[in-house]
Structure formats: structure tokens, C-alpha cells
Design a protein around this ligand. Sequence first.
Ligand SMILES: O=C(O)CCC(=O)C(=O)O
Length: 203
Amino acid sequence: MIFDLEAHAAAIEKNGYTIIEDFMDAARLAEVRRVLAFYLGTHSGRNPFEGHSTERVYTLVARARIFWDIVLDARVLALCDRFLLPNCLLTASQAICIRPGEVPQDLHHDDTFYTVPRPRPMISISTIAAVDAFTAENGGTEIIPGSHLWGEDWRARAAAANPVTVAMPAGACVMFSGTFVHRGGAAERLAPRLAFSNQYCQP
Ligand SMILES: O=C(O)CCC(=O)C(=O)O
């Protein structure tokens, strides 16, 4: 699939997010699954934000070569270069496996720890890649389009909004501004939802 950098950049600017449908091919997806299988199955989240029925594997780049290659994806880096200064940094690289019975996460944006008031220029950009297809029933990420532009009242506005599920096939990824409001969804289905998130920030 031809990558239309301008269209993806415009979508992030306007809506706060974009989806790269063909982010991982079948070979990459298979390698990601193979590697994560070594690590999954032993932990669960330590608090409601991590998710008590969710398993996270942190520092993926330190665990297998495939995750370096994915972090350096040319399309993602081109979009980072659009919104961040040259030589952006990686701030997170983690797998997120939402298991059946998980409740929705609190609505949040990924760079709440920066104290720069909102609305603000982008300080960070996140990706969430689907290793399993995302659906409304298996904990697919829920988003609020346009929320990246909200100000300091974002919590009140989020409470009144109707988040929508990012339904996407395995191998796709959603990329969004660090100010974009979203959450991991509730998981009602019997199978887990495996994903991973790489996050980048200003150098
Ligand atoms: O797993 C997801 O779909 C979202 C997780 C998330 O937003 C987070 O943990 O910060």
C-alpha cells in the first residue's frame, strides 16, 4: 500500500489520530507473536491503569530485534518528524495484553506527566499496534476524535463524550498525539487482545 504521508499528517492534525492499515506484514506479525509468547502468561497489572486483567511486557526494544526494526519504521518516523523536532526519543515500548473480563481503563492522554498547559503543541506521539484484530468486544482501544485540541478541561469533556472503538485488523496501528484522549476498552470476549505501544517524544 502506498503511504500517503500528507494524508496521515493531516488526519493527526485534524482528528488527533490516523491508522496505518499495513503497519506490519505477516512475517513481522508472526515474529512479534513468537517473541511475546516467551514473556506472556506470568504477570498482571498492578493497578487499575495497568489493568488487573491486563498483562504488560515493558522495554520491548531490549527483548528482541524485531522491536528495534518496528520502532524505526520509516513511516512512523516520518510522522514523528512532522510533529516533533529532529532526533525524537522513545519513551515507551510495551506489549499490552488485555484479557477477558477486563474493565475499561480511565480515559487519559499519554503525556499527562508534562505540566505544560493544554492546548499545546505536540510533545509526544504514541502508536498502538494490533497483534490481534481490535474489536469493541475484545478491548480494542477507544478514542475521542478531536480531543487532542481540548484544553485543561479535557477530563470534564471526556466524561461527557462517547468514545469510539478503533476497529482494525491484526497488523494495523493507530498513531496519535500525546494529547489525544483514549483508553483500553472493556473485554467481554473469551480471547485476549494482544497489542504493543511505542511512544516517542521531543528530544
Ligand atoms: O491498550 C490499549 O488499547 C490502550 C492502553 C493505553 O492507552 C495505556 O495504557 O496508556
